[in-house]
Design a protein around this ligand. Structure first.
Ligand SMILES: [Zn+2]
Length: 176
């Protein structure tokens, strides 16, 4: 099976964490294990949730230390995957600790539930700010769009207000 583990931040995972032991045990049983942080998740314009996920190059690890060394290091395999590709998604993140690190962050459990119940009805429209990578509900948050015609390239208001003219120019106006 292709297993997805959603954690607060892949890089703050430690060898003693249950999630890490779970990952090593799942690999041992022949499963494919992908880890992703909540900040790696994005709700794409085509209505699917994707994540910048990481996995390890080897099929088996003797220790959780060895596993994490590969997961965090240059041997890791990084890919942007769709949540739909995964057979199982385990939410191992702690939204309480994310509340501090991601302003206006929508907890993934909530996002997933709303995705099923309400996104199709247009009551919930989540975007990721291109600048701070925070999650915002368009129905509750002000922001600007670099491409207003199709409402893409969302920038949250605090980011928009702190953006310099030079940064705006280089990000959106300069033609390469
Ligand atoms: Zn922002």
């Amino acid at each position: 099976m292709k297993l997805g583990l959603v954690v607060n931040d892949v890089f703050t995972e430690s060898p003693g964490y249950t999630t890490t032991r779970l990952a090593v045990a799942a690999l041992q049983l022949g499963h494919e294990v992908w880890e992703m942080g909540v900040g790696d998740l994005a709700y794409d314009p085509d209505d699917s949730i994707r994540a910048r996920a990481r996995t390890v190059p080897r099929k088996k690890y003797k220790t959780t230390e060895g596993y994490l060394k590969d997961l965090h290091g240059k041997n890791a395999v990084t890919e942007r995957i769709s949540i739909d590709e995964l057979d199982v998604v385990m939410l191992r993140n702690d939204p309480a600790s994310d509340a501090i690190r991601y302003p206006n962050y929508v907890p993934f459990e909530e996002l997933a539930r709303e995705y099923i119940e309400g996104i199709e009805q247009g009551i919930y429209d989540v975007r990721v700010c291109e600048r701070c990578a925070g999650y915002f509900d368009l129905n509750r948050t002000e922001g600007i769009f670099s491409r207003p015609a199709d409402l893409t390239g969302f920038i949250c208001m605090p980011c928009a207000e702190s953006m310099t003219a030079r940064e705006y120019f280089e990000r959106y106006l300069r033609v390469e």
